[in-house]
Design a protein around this ligand. Sequence first.
Ligand code: M6R
Length: 611
Amino acid sequence: MCGIVGYIGKKPAYPVIINGLKKLEYRGYDSAGISVVDDKVKTYKCKGKIADLEKHIKGKDLNGVIGIGHTRWATHGEPNDTNAHPHKSQHGHFIIIHNGIIENYARLKNKLTEKGYKFNTETDTEVLANLIEHIYLKGKVSAEQAVRLALRKVIGAYGLVIICADEPEQLIAARKGSPLVIGIGEDEYFIASDATPIVEYTKSVVYLNDNNIAIVTKSELSLKTIGNNILTPKIQILDLDIGEIDKGDFEHFMLKEIFEQPRSIQDTFRGRISRERNTIHLGGLHKVMPKLVNARRIIIIGCGTSWHAALIGEYLFEEFARIPVEVEYASEFRYRNPVIHIDDVVIVISQSGETADTLAAVNQAREAGALVLGICNVAGSSIPRETQGGVYTHAGPEIGVASTKAFTAQVTVLTMMAMLIGKKRFILDEKKYEKFITELLRIPSKIEEILKNNDLYKKIAGLYVNSNNFIYLGRGYFFPVALEGALKLKEISYIHAEGYPAAEMKHGPIALIDENMPVVVIAPQDDSYEKIVSNIQEVKARGGIVIAVVNKGDKTISEIADHVFEVPSTVLALAPLLTVIPLQLLSYHIAVKRSCNVDQPRNLAKSVTVE
Ligand code: M6R
Protein backbone atom coordinates (compact mmCIF):
# COMPACT_ATOMS: atom_id res chain seq x y z
CA MET A 1 0.00 0.00 0.00
CA CYS A 2 2.69 2.45 0.98
CA GLY A 3 6.06 2.91 -0.70
CA ILE A 4 9.26 2.38 1.23
CA VAL A 5 12.82 3.27 0.26
CA GLY A 6 16.03 2.95 2.24
CA TYR A 7 19.64 3.62 1.31
CA ILE A 8 22.94 3.01 3.04
CA GLY A 9 26.26 3.47 1.28
CA LYS A 10 28.69 6.08 0.12
CA LYS A 11 26.61 8.47 -1.95
CA PRO A 12 24.27 11.18 -0.66
CA ALA A 13 21.13 9.34 0.42
CA TYR A 14 18.63 12.09 -0.36
CA PRO A 15 18.64 11.88 -4.20
CA VAL A 16 18.34 8.09 -4.05
CA ILE A 17 15.46 8.30 -1.60
CA ILE A 18 13.50 11.05 -3.32
CA ASN A 19 13.87 9.50 -6.78
CA GLY A 20 12.88 6.15 -5.35
CA LEU A 21 9.79 7.65 -3.75
CA LYS A 22 8.77 9.14 -7.09
CA LYS A 23 8.93 5.66 -8.62
CA LEU A 24 6.90 4.23 -5.77
CA GLU A 25 4.34 7.01 -5.58
CA TYR A 26 1.79 4.84 -7.37
CA ARG A 27 1.64 2.72 -4.20
CA GLY A 28 0.31 5.57 -2.07
CA TYR A 29 0.29 9.32 -2.32
CA ASP A 30 -1.49 11.01 0.57
CA SER A 31 1.62 12.08 2.48
CA ALA A 32 5.34 11.48 2.39
CA GLY A 33 8.49 11.90 4.42
CA ILE A 34 12.18 11.16 4.71
CA SER A 35 14.87 10.82 7.35
CA VAL A 36 18.56 11.25 6.58
CA VAL A 37 21.40 10.49 8.95
CA ASP A 38 24.81 12.08 9.44
CA ASP A 39 25.79 13.16 12.95
CA LYS A 40 22.07 13.24 13.78
CA VAL A 41 18.81 11.99 12.28
CA LYS A 42 16.89 14.68 10.37
CA THR A 43 13.26 13.99 9.54
CA TYR A 44 10.99 15.95 7.20
CA LYS A 45 7.45 15.02 6.29
CA CYS A 46 4.21 16.53 5.11
CA LYS A 47 0.76 15.86 3.73
CA GLY A 48 0.52 15.52 -0.05
CA LYS A 49 2.55 14.08 -2.85
CA ILE A 50 6.28 13.71 -3.31
CA ALA A 51 6.32 17.05 -5.14
CA ASP A 52 4.90 18.66 -1.96
CA LEU A 53 7.59 17.00 0.12
CA GLU A 54 10.26 18.32 -2.24
CA LYS A 55 8.90 21.86 -1.80
CA HIS A 56 8.70 21.36 1.96
CA ILE A 57 12.34 20.34 2.28
CA LYS A 58 13.86 22.83 -0.12
CA GLY A 59 16.88 24.48 1.51
CA LYS A 60 16.91 22.12 4.51
CA ASP A 61 19.87 20.09 5.71
CA LEU A 62 19.71 16.85 3.75
CA ASN A 63 23.28 15.66 4.20
CA GLY A 64 23.90 12.03 4.97
CA VAL A 65 24.74 8.75 3.28
CA ILE A 66 22.04 6.81 5.11
CA GLY A 67 18.34 7.49 4.77
CA ILE A 68 14.80 6.22 4.58
CA GLY A 69 11.70 7.53 2.81
CA HIS A 70 8.01 6.74 2.70
CA THR A 71 4.99 7.56 0.58
CA ARG A 72 1.77 6.79 2.42
CA TRP A 73 -1.66 5.38 1.76
CA ALA A 74 -3.44 5.99 5.05
CA THR A 75 -4.81 3.12 7.13
CA HIS A 76 -4.73 4.46 10.71
CA GLY A 77 -5.23 8.17 11.01
CA GLU A 78 -6.12 10.79 8.43
CA PRO A 79 -3.53 11.87 5.90
CA ASN A 80 -1.82 14.90 7.50
CA ASP A 81 1.65 16.13 8.38
CA THR A 82 1.69 14.43 11.78
CA ASN A 83 0.53 11.03 10.65
CA ALA A 84 3.02 10.99 7.74
CA HIS A 85 6.00 8.64 8.12
CA PRO A 86 8.80 8.37 9.32
CA HIS A 87 7.67 8.08 12.95
CA LYS A 88 9.95 8.70 15.86
CA SER A 89 9.72 6.91 19.21
CA GLN A 90 9.03 9.06 22.24
CA HIS A 91 12.64 9.35 23.37
CA GLY A 92 13.98 9.61 19.85
CA HIS A 93 15.91 6.34 19.75
CA PHE A 94 14.02 4.81 16.81
CA ILE A 95 12.80 6.21 13.50
CA ILE A 96 10.50 3.96 11.51
CA ILE A 97 8.78 3.68 8.16
CA HIS A 98 6.09 1.04 7.87
CA ASN A 99 3.81 -0.51 5.28
CA GLY A 100 0.98 -2.69 6.62
CA ILE A 101 -1.27 -2.76 9.65
CA ILE A 102 -0.48 -3.60 13.27
CA GLU A 103 -3.78 -5.24 14.18
CA ASN A 104 -3.22 -5.35 17.95
CA TYR A 105 -1.99 -1.76 18.07
CA ALA A 106 -4.78 -0.63 20.43
CA ARG A 107 -3.84 -3.20 23.08
CA LEU A 108 -0.13 -2.44 22.71
CA LYS A 109 -0.89 1.29 22.90
CA ASN A 110 -2.82 0.85 26.16
CA LYS A 111 0.04 -1.08 27.72
CA LEU A 112 2.59 1.51 26.63
CA THR A 113 0.34 4.32 27.89
CA GLU A 114 0.28 2.62 31.30
CA LYS A 115 4.08 2.68 31.20
CA GLY A 116 4.07 6.43 30.60
CA TYR A 117 4.27 6.61 26.81
CA LYS A 118 2.44 9.47 25.14
CA PHE A 119 1.37 9.41 21.50
CA ASN A 120 1.47 12.27 19.05
CA THR A 121 -0.14 10.58 16.09
CA GLU A 122 -3.10 8.33 15.35
CA THR A 123 -0.93 5.73 13.66
CA ASP A 124 -0.21 2.12 14.50
CA THR A 125 3.39 2.77 13.40
CA GLU A 126 4.09 5.13 16.27
CA VAL A 127 2.91 2.40 18.63
CA LEU A 128 5.44 0.03 17.11
CA ALA A 129 8.23 2.61 17.36
CA ASN A 130 7.47 3.08 21.05
CA LEU A 131 7.18 -0.65 21.67
CA ILE A 132 10.64 -1.23 20.17
CA GLU A 133 12.04 1.64 22.21
CA HIS A 134 10.45 0.41 25.41
CA ILE A 135 12.01 -3.04 24.96
CA TYR A 136 15.34 -1.47 23.99
CA LEU A 137 15.54 0.76 27.06
CA LYS A 138 14.06 -1.65 29.57
CA GLY A 139 15.95 -4.74 28.40
CA LYS A 140 19.20 -2.91 27.63
CA VAL A 141 19.42 -4.90 24.43
CA SER A 142 20.76 -4.00 20.98
CA ALA A 143 18.53 -2.28 18.43
CA GLU A 144 18.31 -5.50 16.43
CA GLN A 145 17.27 -7.52 19.46
CA ALA A 146 14.71 -4.91 20.44
CA VAL A 147 13.19 -5.04 16.96
CA ARG A 148 13.06 -8.83 16.93
CA LEU A 149 11.53 -9.00 20.41
CA ALA A 150 8.98 -6.31 19.60
CA LEU A 151 7.92 -8.01 16.39
CA ARG A 152 7.14 -11.19 18.32
CA LYS A 153 4.47 -9.23 20.17
CA VAL A 154 2.94 -7.81 17.01
CA ILE A 155 -0.09 -9.21 15.22
CA GLY A 156 -0.58 -7.94 11.69
CA ALA A 157 1.39 -7.14 8.61
CA TYR A 158 4.48 -5.09 8.14
CA GLY A 159 7.27 -4.09 5.82
CA LEU A 160 9.57 -1.97 7.98
CA VAL A 161 12.77 -0.03 7.73
CA ILE A 162 14.19 1.24 11.00
CA ILE A 163 16.96 3.59 12.04
CA CYS A 164 18.29 3.46 15.59
CA ALA A 165 19.77 6.86 16.44
CA ASP A 166 22.30 5.17 18.76
CA GLU A 167 23.46 2.72 16.09
CA PRO A 168 23.29 4.96 13.03
CA GLU A 169 25.60 2.85 10.86
CA GLN A 170 22.89 0.37 10.02
CA LEU A 171 19.35 0.03 8.74
CA ILE A 172 17.09 -2.72 10.02
CA ALA A 173 14.43 -4.08 7.68
CA ALA A 174 11.74 -6.61 8.52
CA ARG A 175 8.92 -8.21 6.63
CA LYS A 176 5.68 -9.99 7.37
CA GLY A 177 2.96 -9.86 4.75
CA SER A 178 4.22 -6.70 3.12
CA PRO A 179 6.95 -6.94 0.49
CA LEU A 180 10.52 -5.72 0.83
CA VAL A 181 13.42 -6.18 -1.51
CA ILE A 182 17.07 -5.35 -0.90
CA GLY A 183 19.32 -4.26 -3.77
CA ILE A 184 23.01 -5.08 -3.50
CA GLY A 185 25.46 -2.51 -4.86
CA GLU A 186 29.16 -2.04 -4.29
CA ASP A 187 29.53 -0.95 -0.67
CA GLU A 188 25.92 0.16 -0.73
CA TYR A 189 22.48 -1.35 -0.24
CA PHE A 190 19.02 -0.23 -1.31
CA ILE A 191 15.81 -1.28 0.39
CA ALA A 192 12.40 -0.83 -1.20
CA SER A 193 8.88 -2.16 -1.22
CA ASP A 194 9.36 -3.18 -4.84
CA ALA A 195 12.26 -3.26 -7.24
CA THR A 196 11.37 -0.16 -9.28
CA PRO A 197 13.56 2.30 -7.30
CA ILE A 198 16.43 -0.18 -7.20
CA VAL A 199 16.82 -1.28 -10.81
CA GLU A 200 18.72 1.80 -11.97
CA TYR A 201 21.47 1.06 -9.44
CA THR A 202 21.71 -2.72 -9.35
CA LYS A 203 20.02 -5.84 -10.66
CA SER A 204 21.20 -8.07 -7.79
CA VAL A 205 18.47 -8.31 -5.21
CA VAL A 206 17.32 -10.33 -2.23
CA TYR A 207 13.60 -10.63 -1.57
CA LEU A 208 12.76 -10.84 2.12
CA ASN A 209 10.42 -13.62 3.14
CA ASP A 210 7.83 -13.34 5.89
CA ASN A 211 9.37 -13.22 9.37
CA ASN A 212 12.78 -12.22 7.96
CA ILE A 213 14.81 -9.41 9.42
CA ALA A 214 17.79 -7.87 7.63
CA ILE A 215 20.53 -5.87 9.30
CA VAL A 216 22.21 -3.79 6.65
CA THR A 217 25.41 -1.77 6.93
CA LYS A 218 27.15 -0.20 3.96
CA SER A 219 29.38 -3.25 3.61
CA GLU A 220 27.25 -6.12 4.85
CA LEU A 221 23.81 -7.66 4.70
CA SER A 222 22.94 -10.12 7.40
CA LEU A 223 19.66 -11.96 7.20
CA LYS A 224 17.87 -13.71 10.05
CA THR A 225 14.49 -14.91 11.12
CA ILE A 226 12.60 -12.93 13.75
CA GLY A 227 13.46 -15.91 15.98
CA ASN A 228 17.21 -15.18 15.44
CA ASN A 229 18.09 -18.04 13.09
CA ILE A 230 20.75 -16.99 10.62
CA LEU A 231 19.76 -17.27 6.94
CA THR A 232 21.78 -17.23 3.74
CA PRO A 233 20.52 -14.46 1.45
CA LYS A 234 19.36 -15.81 -1.90
CA ILE A 235 20.54 -13.35 -4.53
CA GLN A 236 18.35 -13.03 -7.60
CA ILE A 237 18.89 -11.05 -10.77
CA LEU A 238 16.14 -8.60 -11.69
CA ASP A 239 14.52 -9.04 -15.05
CA LEU A 240 13.44 -5.41 -15.24
CA ASP A 241 14.56 -2.60 -17.43
CA ILE A 242 14.79 1.01 -16.28
CA GLY A 243 13.09 2.15 -19.54
CA GLU A 244 10.00 0.15 -18.57
CA ILE A 245 9.30 2.41 -15.64
CA ASP A 246 9.41 5.63 -17.59
CA LYS A 247 6.41 7.42 -19.18
CA GLY A 248 8.36 8.06 -22.36
CA ASP A 249 6.47 10.45 -24.65
CA PHE A 250 3.10 9.62 -23.12
CA GLU A 251 1.22 12.04 -20.91
CA HIS A 252 0.32 9.32 -18.43
CA PHE A 253 1.49 5.84 -17.52
CA MET A 254 -2.04 4.58 -18.10
CA LEU A 255 -2.01 5.77 -21.71
CA LYS A 256 1.45 4.30 -22.25
CA GLU A 257 0.31 1.00 -20.78
CA ILE A 258 -2.83 0.91 -22.95
CA PHE A 259 -0.68 1.47 -26.02
CA GLU A 260 1.79 -1.17 -24.89
CA GLN A 261 -0.79 -3.93 -25.11
CA PRO A 262 0.13 -5.28 -28.55
CA ARG A 263 3.63 -5.79 -27.18
CA SER A 264 2.68 -6.98 -23.69
CA ILE A 265 0.35 -9.62 -25.10
CA GLN A 266 3.06 -10.74 -27.50
CA ASP A 267 5.53 -10.90 -24.62
CA THR A 268 3.03 -12.99 -22.70
CA PHE A 269 2.85 -15.65 -25.38
CA ARG A 270 6.42 -15.31 -26.63
CA GLY A 271 8.28 -18.62 -26.31
CA ARG A 272 5.09 -20.30 -25.14
CA ILE A 273 3.25 -20.71 -28.43
CA SER A 274 4.90 -22.41 -31.35
CA ARG A 275 3.22 -21.63 -34.64
CA GLU A 276 5.29 -24.22 -36.47
CA ARG A 277 4.47 -27.10 -34.14
CA ASN A 278 1.05 -25.79 -33.11
CA THR A 279 1.83 -26.20 -29.48
CA ILE A 280 1.40 -24.25 -26.29
CA HIS A 281 4.03 -24.77 -23.63
CA LEU A 282 3.62 -23.29 -20.15
CA GLY A 283 6.73 -24.27 -18.20
CA GLY A 284 5.37 -23.24 -14.81
CA LEU A 285 2.54 -25.75 -15.15
CA HIS A 286 4.59 -28.68 -16.37
CA LYS A 287 4.88 -30.48 -13.02
CA VAL A 288 1.27 -29.91 -12.04
CA MET A 289 -0.30 -30.67 -15.41
CA PRO A 290 -1.68 -34.14 -14.51
CA LYS A 291 -3.54 -32.67 -11.54
CA LEU A 292 -4.74 -29.71 -13.55
CA VAL A 293 -6.03 -31.85 -16.39
CA ASN A 294 -7.89 -34.09 -13.94
CA ALA A 295 -9.17 -31.31 -11.70
CA ARG A 296 -12.63 -31.94 -10.33
CA ARG A 297 -13.21 -28.20 -10.16
CA ILE A 298 -11.22 -25.01 -10.76
CA ILE A 299 -11.66 -22.08 -8.40
CA ILE A 300 -10.31 -18.79 -9.72
CA ILE A 301 -9.68 -16.06 -7.18
CA GLY A 302 -8.72 -12.39 -7.49
CA CYS A 303 -9.69 -8.83 -6.63
CA GLY A 304 -10.75 -5.90 -8.80
CA THR A 305 -9.59 -6.16 -12.37
CA SER A 306 -7.94 -9.53 -11.68
CA TRP A 307 -11.36 -10.80 -10.59
CA HIS A 308 -12.79 -9.65 -13.92
CA ALA A 309 -10.05 -11.60 -15.72
CA ALA A 310 -11.02 -14.58 -13.54
CA LEU A 311 -14.62 -14.32 -14.78
CA ILE A 312 -13.38 -14.53 -18.36
CA GLY A 313 -11.32 -17.52 -17.25
CA GLU A 314 -14.54 -19.20 -16.12
CA TYR A 315 -16.02 -18.95 -19.62
CA LEU A 316 -12.73 -20.12 -21.18
CA PHE A 317 -12.18 -23.17 -18.94
CA GLU A 318 -15.78 -24.27 -19.15
CA GLU A 319 -15.89 -23.91 -22.91
CA PHE A 320 -12.53 -25.41 -23.81
CA ALA A 321 -11.78 -27.82 -20.98
CA ARG A 322 -15.28 -28.63 -19.69
CA ILE A 323 -14.14 -28.34 -16.09
CA PRO A 324 -16.58 -26.68 -13.68
CA VAL A 325 -15.30 -23.31 -12.53
CA GLU A 326 -16.13 -21.05 -9.63
CA VAL A 327 -14.90 -17.49 -9.41
CA GLU A 328 -14.38 -15.90 -6.03
CA TYR A 329 -13.48 -12.53 -4.64
CA ALA A 330 -10.40 -13.24 -2.51
CA SER A 331 -11.81 -11.20 0.36
CA GLU A 332 -15.01 -13.28 0.44
CA PHE A 333 -13.34 -16.62 -0.11
CA ARG A 334 -10.96 -16.27 2.79
CA TYR A 335 -13.59 -15.39 5.37
CA ARG A 336 -16.35 -17.84 4.63
CA ASN A 337 -15.04 -21.32 5.31
CA PRO A 338 -15.30 -22.48 1.70
CA VAL A 339 -15.57 -26.16 0.81
CA ILE A 340 -12.29 -27.11 -0.86
CA HIS A 341 -11.37 -30.63 -1.97
CA ILE A 342 -7.90 -32.01 -2.52
CA ASP A 343 -8.69 -32.56 -6.19
CA ASP A 344 -9.71 -28.91 -6.65
CA VAL A 345 -7.29 -26.61 -8.41
CA VAL A 346 -7.21 -23.03 -7.23
CA ILE A 347 -5.87 -20.39 -9.59
CA VAL A 348 -5.16 -16.99 -8.08
CA ILE A 349 -4.73 -13.97 -10.29
CA SER A 350 -2.87 -10.87 -9.21
CA GLN A 351 -0.93 -8.24 -11.11
CA SER A 352 1.17 -7.26 -8.11
CA GLY A 353 1.40 -10.70 -6.54
CA GLU A 354 1.07 -8.92 -3.19
CA THR A 355 -2.65 -8.28 -2.69
CA ALA A 356 -3.25 -9.18 0.97
CA ASP A 357 -6.62 -10.88 0.49
CA THR A 358 -5.42 -12.89 -2.50
CA LEU A 359 -2.32 -13.98 -0.62
CA ALA A 360 -4.45 -15.06 2.33
CA ALA A 361 -6.67 -17.04 -0.04
CA VAL A 362 -3.56 -18.83 -1.34
CA ASN A 363 -2.67 -19.94 2.17
CA GLN A 364 -6.20 -21.00 2.98
CA ALA A 365 -6.52 -23.09 -0.20
CA ARG A 366 -3.11 -24.67 0.36
CA GLU A 367 -3.99 -25.58 3.92
CA ALA A 368 -7.14 -27.28 2.62
CA GLY A 369 -4.97 -29.42 0.35
CA ALA A 370 -5.82 -27.96 -3.05
CA LEU A 371 -3.23 -27.40 -5.73
CA VAL A 372 -2.75 -23.62 -5.87
CA LEU A 373 -1.43 -21.89 -8.98
CA GLY A 374 -0.69 -18.23 -9.60
CA ILE A 375 -1.05 -15.90 -12.56
CA CYS A 376 1.03 -12.87 -11.62
CA ASN A 377 2.89 -10.05 -13.27
CA VAL A 378 5.54 -9.15 -10.74
CA ALA A 379 8.34 -11.70 -10.74
CA GLY A 380 9.53 -12.67 -7.29
CA SER A 381 6.45 -11.26 -5.56
CA SER A 382 4.78 -13.14 -2.73
CA ILE A 383 2.05 -15.02 -4.61
CA PRO A 384 4.37 -16.71 -7.13
CA ARG A 385 6.56 -17.70 -4.21
CA GLU A 386 3.70 -19.14 -2.18
CA THR A 387 1.99 -21.05 -4.99
CA GLN A 388 2.88 -24.50 -6.30
CA GLY A 389 3.10 -23.49 -9.94
CA GLY A 390 1.82 -20.83 -12.27
CA VAL A 391 2.39 -18.59 -15.22
CA TYR A 392 3.87 -15.09 -15.26
CA THR A 393 2.07 -12.55 -17.42
CA HIS A 394 5.20 -10.72 -18.68
CA ALA A 395 3.23 -7.50 -19.21
CA GLY A 396 6.13 -5.46 -17.81
CA PRO A 397 5.78 -3.05 -14.87
CA GLU A 398 2.30 -1.56 -14.61
CA ILE A 399 2.54 1.79 -12.87
CA GLY A 400 -0.86 3.39 -13.61
CA VAL A 401 -3.15 2.54 -10.71
CA ALA A 402 -5.87 1.53 -13.18
CA SER A 403 -4.93 -1.87 -14.49
CA THR A 404 -4.96 -2.18 -18.29
CA LYS A 405 -2.15 -4.20 -19.83
CA ALA A 406 -2.05 -6.56 -16.85
CA PHE A 407 -5.71 -7.42 -17.51
CA THR A 408 -5.20 -8.34 -21.16
CA ALA A 409 -2.05 -10.28 -20.24
CA GLN A 410 -4.00 -12.21 -17.58
CA VAL A 411 -6.72 -13.04 -20.11
CA THR A 412 -4.02 -14.16 -22.56
CA VAL A 413 -2.57 -16.55 -19.98
CA LEU A 414 -6.02 -17.90 -19.09
CA THR A 415 -6.72 -18.45 -22.78
CA MET A 416 -3.49 -20.38 -23.27
CA MET A 417 -4.17 -22.46 -20.15
CA ALA A 418 -7.74 -23.28 -21.18
CA MET A 419 -6.64 -24.27 -24.68
CA LEU A 420 -3.81 -26.41 -23.39
CA ILE A 421 -5.97 -28.24 -20.87
CA GLY A 422 -8.81 -28.55 -23.40
CA LYS A 423 -6.42 -30.21 -25.82
CA LYS A 424 -5.06 -32.58 -23.19
CA ARG A 425 -8.60 -33.52 -22.18
CA PHE A 426 -9.49 -34.16 -25.86
CA ILE A 427 -12.25 -31.55 -25.73
CA LEU A 428 -10.54 -29.22 -28.16
CA ASP A 429 -9.74 -30.98 -31.42
CA GLU A 430 -6.61 -30.33 -33.45
CA LYS A 431 -8.38 -28.15 -36.00
CA LYS A 432 -10.01 -25.87 -33.46
CA TYR A 433 -6.81 -25.71 -31.43
CA GLU A 434 -4.86 -24.65 -34.50
CA LYS A 435 -7.44 -22.02 -35.35
CA PHE A 436 -7.27 -20.55 -31.86
CA ILE A 437 -3.50 -20.41 -31.95
CA THR A 438 -3.63 -18.60 -35.29
CA GLU A 439 -6.22 -16.15 -33.99
CA LEU A 440 -4.41 -15.55 -30.71
CA LEU A 441 -1.24 -14.67 -32.59
CA ARG A 442 -3.20 -12.09 -34.59
CA ILE A 443 -4.55 -10.30 -31.51
CA PRO A 444 -1.61 -7.84 -31.12
CA SER A 445 -1.97 -6.51 -34.67
CA LYS A 446 -5.74 -6.22 -34.24
CA ILE A 447 -5.18 -4.18 -31.07
CA GLU A 448 -2.84 -1.92 -33.08
CA GLU A 449 -5.76 -1.32 -35.42
CA ILE A 450 -8.10 -0.43 -32.53
CA LEU A 451 -5.54 1.96 -31.05
CA LYS A 452 -5.48 3.88 -34.34
CA ASN A 453 -9.01 5.10 -33.53
CA ASN A 454 -7.84 6.92 -30.41
CA ASP A 455 -9.11 10.26 -31.73
CA LEU A 456 -12.62 8.85 -32.00
CA TYR A 457 -12.61 7.65 -28.36
CA LYS A 458 -11.34 11.07 -27.35
CA LYS A 459 -14.08 12.84 -29.30
CA ILE A 460 -16.86 10.69 -27.81
CA ALA A 461 -15.33 11.11 -24.35
CA GLY A 462 -15.74 14.86 -24.80
CA LEU A 463 -19.50 14.44 -25.29
CA TYR A 464 -20.04 12.61 -22.00
CA VAL A 465 -17.51 14.24 -19.76
CA ASN A 466 -20.25 15.74 -17.60
CA SER A 467 -22.38 12.61 -17.23
CA ASN A 468 -22.97 11.51 -13.68
CA ASN A 469 -23.70 7.87 -14.40
CA PHE A 470 -22.88 5.22 -16.97
CA ILE A 471 -24.17 1.70 -17.53
CA TYR A 472 -22.08 -1.00 -19.23
CA LEU A 473 -23.79 -4.06 -20.69
CA GLY A 474 -22.48 -7.30 -22.17
CA ARG A 475 -23.47 -10.93 -22.50
CA GLY A 476 -21.36 -14.05 -22.02
CA TYR A 477 -17.67 -13.27 -22.48
CA PHE A 478 -18.55 -9.58 -22.64
CA PHE A 479 -20.23 -9.36 -19.24
CA PRO A 480 -16.83 -9.30 -17.48
CA VAL A 481 -15.68 -6.80 -20.10
CA ALA A 482 -18.66 -4.61 -19.14
CA LEU A 483 -17.63 -4.86 -15.48
CA GLU A 484 -14.08 -3.95 -16.35
CA GLY A 485 -15.17 -0.98 -18.48
CA ALA A 486 -17.30 0.30 -15.60
CA LEU A 487 -14.49 -0.15 -13.07
CA LYS A 488 -12.04 1.76 -15.29
CA LEU A 489 -14.44 4.68 -15.55
CA LYS A 490 -15.25 4.73 -11.83
CA GLU A 491 -11.73 4.58 -10.55
CA ILE A 492 -10.14 7.26 -12.69
CA SER A 493 -12.97 9.69 -13.51
CA TYR A 494 -15.11 9.28 -10.33
CA ILE A 495 -18.23 8.87 -12.47
CA HIS A 496 -20.61 6.29 -11.08
CA ALA A 497 -20.76 3.32 -13.45
CA GLU A 498 -22.37 -0.11 -13.26
CA GLY A 499 -21.64 -3.19 -15.31
CA TYR A 500 -24.47 -5.66 -15.91
CA PRO A 501 -25.16 -8.78 -17.92
CA ALA A 502 -27.25 -7.23 -20.70
CA ALA A 503 -30.25 -9.48 -20.06
CA GLU A 504 -30.36 -8.44 -16.40
CA MET A 505 -31.12 -4.87 -17.38
CA LYS A 506 -34.84 -5.43 -17.48
CA HIS A 507 -34.79 -6.83 -13.96
CA GLY A 508 -34.10 -3.44 -12.46
CA PRO A 509 -31.42 -1.19 -13.96
CA ILE A 510 -33.67 -0.30 -16.89
CA ALA A 511 -35.44 2.05 -14.48
CA LEU A 512 -32.33 4.22 -14.50
CA ILE A 513 -32.39 4.84 -18.20
CA ASP A 514 -33.30 8.27 -19.48
CA GLU A 515 -31.86 10.77 -21.94
CA ASN A 516 -28.95 11.51 -19.59
CA MET A 517 -27.76 7.95 -19.30
CA PRO A 518 -24.94 6.76 -21.57
CA VAL A 519 -25.12 2.99 -21.96
CA VAL A 520 -22.01 1.28 -23.28
CA VAL A 521 -22.90 -2.02 -24.92
CA ILE A 522 -20.26 -4.57 -25.86
CA ALA A 523 -21.85 -6.20 -28.86
CA PRO A 524 -19.58 -7.93 -31.33
CA GLN A 525 -21.29 -10.52 -33.51
CA ASP A 526 -21.77 -13.76 -31.62
CA ASP A 527 -24.51 -16.29 -30.93
CA SER A 528 -26.48 -13.81 -28.84
CA TYR A 529 -26.14 -10.93 -31.28
CA GLU A 530 -29.90 -10.72 -31.95
CA LYS A 531 -30.56 -10.58 -28.24
CA ILE A 532 -28.09 -7.79 -27.60
CA VAL A 533 -29.64 -5.86 -30.51
CA SER A 534 -32.97 -6.15 -28.64
CA ASN A 535 -31.30 -4.90 -25.46
CA ILE A 536 -29.98 -1.88 -27.36
CA GLN A 537 -33.45 -1.22 -28.71
CA GLU A 538 -34.86 -1.37 -25.18
CA VAL A 539 -32.37 1.31 -24.12
CA LYS A 540 -33.11 3.47 -27.14
CA ALA A 541 -36.86 3.15 -26.60
CA ARG A 542 -36.38 4.76 -23.17
CA GLY A 543 -34.30 7.64 -24.48
CA GLY A 544 -30.90 6.28 -23.39
CA ILE A 545 -27.69 7.03 -25.29
CA VAL A 546 -25.99 3.97 -26.72
CA ILE A 547 -22.25 3.70 -27.30
CA ALA A 548 -21.69 0.27 -28.83
CA VAL A 549 -18.54 -1.75 -29.35
CA VAL A 550 -19.21 -3.70 -32.53
CA ASN A 551 -17.41 -5.75 -35.14
CA LYS A 552 -15.98 -3.84 -38.05
CA GLY A 553 -18.62 -3.43 -40.76
CA ASP A 554 -21.58 -4.05 -38.45
CA LYS A 555 -24.64 -2.51 -40.07
CA THR A 556 -27.53 -3.31 -37.72
CA ILE A 557 -26.23 -1.79 -34.50
CA SER A 558 -24.55 1.10 -36.31
CA GLU A 559 -28.01 2.22 -37.39
CA ILE A 560 -29.54 2.15 -33.91
CA ALA A 561 -26.66 3.20 -31.66
CA ASP A 562 -25.61 6.81 -31.12
CA HIS A 563 -21.92 5.97 -31.48
CA VAL A 564 -20.04 2.85 -32.44
CA PHE A 565 -16.49 1.74 -31.76
CA GLU A 566 -15.48 -0.84 -34.32
CA VAL A 567 -13.12 -3.69 -33.49
CA PRO A 568 -11.79 -6.32 -35.91
CA SER A 569 -13.54 -9.66 -35.68
CA THR A 570 -11.95 -12.69 -34.08
CA VAL A 571 -13.15 -15.92 -32.48
CA LEU A 572 -15.61 -15.23 -29.69
CA ALA A 573 -13.37 -16.38 -26.83
CA LEU A 574 -10.64 -13.95 -27.82
CA ALA A 575 -12.89 -10.96 -28.40
CA PRO A 576 -12.62 -9.66 -24.77
CA LEU A 577 -8.98 -8.88 -25.57
CA LEU A 578 -10.15 -6.52 -28.30
CA THR A 579 -13.40 -5.11 -26.97
CA VAL A 580 -11.86 -3.90 -23.71
CA ILE A 581 -9.42 -1.56 -25.48
CA PRO A 582 -11.92 1.15 -26.57
CA LEU A 583 -13.38 1.06 -23.04
CA GLN A 584 -9.98 1.68 -21.48
CA LEU A 585 -9.42 4.63 -23.80
CA LEU A 586 -12.91 6.04 -23.32
CA SER A 587 -12.37 6.09 -19.53
CA TYR A 588 -8.90 7.53 -19.95
CA HIS A 589 -10.07 10.46 -22.08
CA ILE A 590 -13.08 11.20 -19.89
CA ALA A 591 -10.83 11.30 -16.83
CA VAL A 592 -8.30 13.57 -18.55
CA LYS A 593 -11.07 15.91 -19.70
CA ARG A 594 -12.36 16.04 -16.12
CA SER A 595 -8.84 16.98 -14.98
CA CYS A 596 -8.56 13.90 -12.82
CA ASN A 597 -5.22 12.50 -11.78
CA VAL A 598 -5.34 9.48 -14.06
CA ASP A 599 -2.28 7.65 -12.77
CA GLN A 600 -2.98 8.33 -9.11
CA PRO A 601 -6.73 8.42 -8.59
CA ARG A 602 -7.98 9.63 -5.24
CA ASN A 603 -8.18 7.15 -2.35
CA LEU A 604 -6.56 4.36 -4.36
CA ALA A 605 -3.20 2.68 -4.39
CA LYS A 606 -1.70 0.26 -6.83
CA SER A 607 -1.28 -2.75 -4.61
CA VAL A 608 -3.56 -3.39 -1.69
CA THR A 609 -1.32 -5.08 0.84
CA VAL A 610 -3.72 -4.51 3.71
CA GLU A 611 -7.03 -6.28 4.26
O1 M6R B 1 -2.40 -6.62 -7.93
P1 M6R B 1 -3.76 -7.24 -8.04
O2 M6R B 1 -4.09 -7.68 -9.42
O3 M6R B 1 -3.97 -8.34 -7.04
O4 M6R B 1 -4.75 -6.08 -7.66
C1 M6R B 1 -6.12 -6.30 -7.59
C2 M6R B 1 -6.90 -5.01 -7.57
O5 M6R B 1 -6.52 -4.23 -6.47
C3 M6R B 1 -6.69 -4.19 -8.86
O6 M6R B 1 -7.03 -4.92 -9.98
C4 M6R B 1 -7.54 -2.90 -8.81
O7 M6R B 1 -8.89 -3.21 -8.85
C5 M6R B 1 -7.14 -1.97 -9.96
N1 M6R B 1 -7.03 -0.64 -9.47
C6 M6R B 1 -8.11 -1.98 -11.08
O8 M6R B 1 -7.76 -1.11 -12.09
